[in-house]
Design a protein around this ligand. Structure first.
Ligand code: ZN
Length: 416
């Protein structure tokens, strides 16, 4: 799949070593030092049917900060993002709107590309749809079947969770919660004949009127989680899977917090069943973008899209700063005040950078690095930059505006 245009990155100053990136794993809730070389990152992409673009933007901006930091550190990054371009919600929406499902997907993917471009998000090395990856997905389903840990139910194929060590005892939520979330997010816990209600669908036999693909196990289409397993293992680990030196298949898997369960959990279980190794070293989940109640939602209803905000005069920089200047794991109540604050701060930074004399910049660049390495503490970085503005406004000198300007661009994606 065509990605979006690459983004210029200013050169990084590697004369002093970057701190190790420390991130809090969403399952263990403990800090992991990301020291892998290369760093392999898999961020789950959109299902292109009816996206809340501002929420998506916030998620992909979070991972963009990680990718920028890795590259700035002089480390090699391999980054893959998928597109779930065949799935129940896409088919249901296309049917409801009497639209071709492929046309609907194409239009939404294009909109997403535009948003990512406007926000200066670094594009993935591999941007892959499930449909175009179908031979690889089928290959990985075959590998899963060959482990002997699947079973058939009226032509559909399920993973037998009871057969996978720890799969049912390591759930990140209670069993009751797991069943409820599973049902709400595409699972079928109540289906008669399943060995365990949480067993996940690997392959769905062809239903009348639905698209399908040929496979050694009949015509049909893949389940949700195995798609990401296949695309991640295929693009990021190299084959054969067992030969890589790392103890995990990839460095990090990320997405919005709504993917924590079941999607990322089931992805890890399925990948582990195939490879015998833990899937990702660290799992990260960005908080959701929420509305402050119905009124706010209604009044801003036409402004949730990045493109709409741009149309009414907000810049990519302003939208970007408004979305990243927070604790990425916490849900954010979106309000226009965040954009106004971002605009005010950017103007202040820009004005300080335009002065003939600016306060010393070497330490501020190090502070930006240090803050980001500490679990993406953007708020700490911005606070330090605003302190620098204050010193500059008070007449301090001896710094290099270019040095700070390049750092803001490189680490935070803010080009002034
Ligand atoms: Zn995924």
């Amino acid at each position: 799949m065509r990605s979006w245009p690459s983004v210029y990155l200013p050169p990084s100053d590697v004369s002093t070593e970057h701190p190790v990136l420390r991130l809090t794993d969403s399952y263990k809730n403990e800090v992991i030092e990301l020291k892998d070389l290369p760093i392999t990152s898999y961020v789950c992409g959109i299902t292109p049917y009816d996206a809340t673009h501002l929420g998506h933007a916030a998620t992909y901006l979070t991972f963009d900060l990680i990718h920028r930091f890795v590259i700035a550190s002089g480390k090699k990054l391999h980054y893959t993002q998928n597109i779930t371009d065949i799935d129940d919600p896409l088919l249901e929406r296309a049917k409801r709107d009497n639209q071709n499902w492929e046309d609907l997907a194409t239009s939404q993917i294009e909109l997403f590309r535009e948003d990512m471009t406007e926000l200066r998000v670094l594009p993935p090395d591999n941007y892959l749809g499930v449909v175009e990856s179908m031979p690889k997905v089928i290959e990985h389903i075959m590998a899963l079947i060959n482990t002997g840990n699947t079973y058939e139910l009226q032509g559909d194929i399920y993973l037998d969770l009871n057969a996978i060590p720890d799969a049912l005892t390591d759930l990140p939520v209670s069993l009751d919660e797991a069943l409820a979330i599973f049902a709400a997010r595409g699972g079928d816990p109540g289906r008669t004949g399943k060995r365990h209600p949480l067993d996940t669908l690997i392959w769905s036999a062809q239903r009348p009127g639905e698209p399908s693909w040929e496979s050694p196990f009949g015509n049909g289409r893949p389940g949700w989680h195995i798609e990401c397993v296949a695309i991640a293992l295929d693009t990021l680990t190299g084959q054969p899977w067992g030969n890589a030196e790392s103890s995990t298949s990839i460095s990090l898997q990320g997405g919005g917090s709504d993917l924590r369960f079941p999607h990322h959990y089931m992805t890890s279980v399925q990948a582990r069943a195939i490879t015998g190794r833990k899937f990702a070293r660290v799992y990260l989940h960005a908080g959701m973008i929420a509305w402050q109640g119905e009124k706010m939602s209604k009044s801003l209803g036409n402004l949730v899209f990045v493109s709409k905000l741009r149309e009414v005069g907000w810049s990519g920089n302003e939208i970007r700063l408004a979305l990243i200047n927070r604790d990425y794991r916490t849900d954010l109540n979106w309000e226009m005040g965040l954009l106004e604050e971002a605009r005010f701060n950017l103007q202040r930074i820009n004005s300080a950078l335009s002065r003939e004399e600016v306060a010393p910049t070497q330490n501020i660049v190090l502070e930006i690095r240090n803050s980001l390495s500490n679990d993406l503490n953007v708020q700490g970085a911005i606070k330090a930059v605003l302190e620098w503005c204050k010193e500059t406004e008070a007449g301090a000198g001896g710094g290099s505006a270019g040095e700070l300007s390049r750092a803001l661009d490189l680490y935070l994606g803010i080009a002034l």
